[in-house]
Design a protein around this ligand. Structure first.
Ligand code: FAD
Length: 139
């Protein structure tokens, strides 16, 4: 019974900090923010869709390639915060492009998707949209 309750609490994502509502960050069309060097992708942009998460993560990694190539020896040019769909997409693309990166995940990789209710239909909106991605890259 306790383990059932624990699973339910996890599914509700109660392990993450709650409390006051935070406004979404202001994000430009190229996913840049008013903080230099900080880019926001995926659901934090206000669009809660898998395709958008994949697309935005890969796009930002591509956009950052020229800057990352100029990074001095020994400096990690890219830090990815979050091992969700968009973070994974950014990491896959960065790996494909040869960008060195550090990756931080607070809980478990792909936890949001792992916690979808069993049997839930997966919506693939917007119809006909093919996100930028490189699914054949392996880790
Ligand atoms: C129940 C449910 C059903 C859904 N169904 C659909 C669907 O059918 N179709 C669809 O298109 N979309 C669906 N979505 C939305 C889709 O899952 C999200 O849009 C997508 O997962 C967003 O990807 P993301 O990488 O931005 O965020 P997430 O996948 O949520 O990943 C964020 C990651 O960041 C980590 N993190 C958070 N804070 C920190 C920190 N400070 N440091 C390090 N790591 C941190 C978290 O642990 C998490 O792993 C659904 C969402 C939910 C919750």
């Amino acid at each position: 019974m306790l383990s059932l309750l624990n699973r339910y609490v996890d599914w509700l994502h109660l392990q993450w900090p709650g409390g006051t509502e935070e406004p979404l960050p202001r994000v430009e069309a190229d996913f840049s923010t008013e903080v230099p060097g900080l880019f926001v992708v995926g659901e934090l942009t206000g669009i809660p869709l898998l395709k958008h998460a994949v697309d935005s993560g890969a796009r930002v990694a591509r956009r950052l390639l020229p800057e990352c190539e100029k990074s001095p020896e020994g400096i990690v040019p890219l830090v990815i915060v979050g091992g969700g769909v968009s973070g994974l997409s950014a990491a896959v693309e960065a790996r494909r492009l040869g960008i060195d990166f550090q990756w931080f995940e607070a809980a478990r990789m792909l936890e949001t998707v792992e916690n979808y209710p069993i049997g839930k239909p997966i919506f693939t909106d917007p119809p006909g949209h093919s996100p930028q991605s490189t699914p054949r890259t392996s880790f």
